[in-house]
Design a protein around this ligand. Structure first.
Ligand code: FES
Length: 122
């Protein structure tokens, strides 16, 4: 069996309402993960692209969060209707879907405009 060309990690973490940070699923089920799997399977990419559930990717304020390796492209605010574009444009075409890509300043940054001010950051 050949190596996978890409791994797609879909955050499926769930936190209860009222938690200090939001989470990427509202009920612990990930429609996104299932949609990615179905679409990749439907177009015959299953042997080349691995779709994985992920725990929290620490980009919670940008959820739903999806990251594609080996390119290290982080997508944020991903909705079910965006899955087609990521599959067709990125996974098939090799082109990053820029409208869904998280800004560099938002990834792994406590000063991202989407995150509340952290007491640790001030
Ligand atoms: S809950 Fe999805 S990135 Fe943290």
């Amino acid at each position: 069996m050949a190596n996978f060309e890409r791994h797609v990690f879909v955050c499926t973490n769930h936190r209860e309402a009222g938690s200090a940070r939001p989470s990427c699923t509202v009920n612990g089920k990930s429609e996104l993960h299932l949609l990615f799997k179905q679409k990749v399977d439907a177009i015959g990419l299953k042997e080349r692209v691995r779709i994985n559930k992920s725990g929290c990717l620490d980009q919670c304020e940008h959820g739903a969060t999806v990251v594609v390796y080996p390119e290290q492209v982080w997508y944020g605010f991903v909705k079910p209707e965006d899955v087609d574009a990521i599959v067709k444009e990125h996974l098939v075409g090799g082109r990053v879907v820029e409208r869904l890509r998280l800004a560099e300043a938002c990834v792994n940054s406590v000063q991202c405009p989407h995150r509340p001010i952290s007491p640790k950051a001030v």
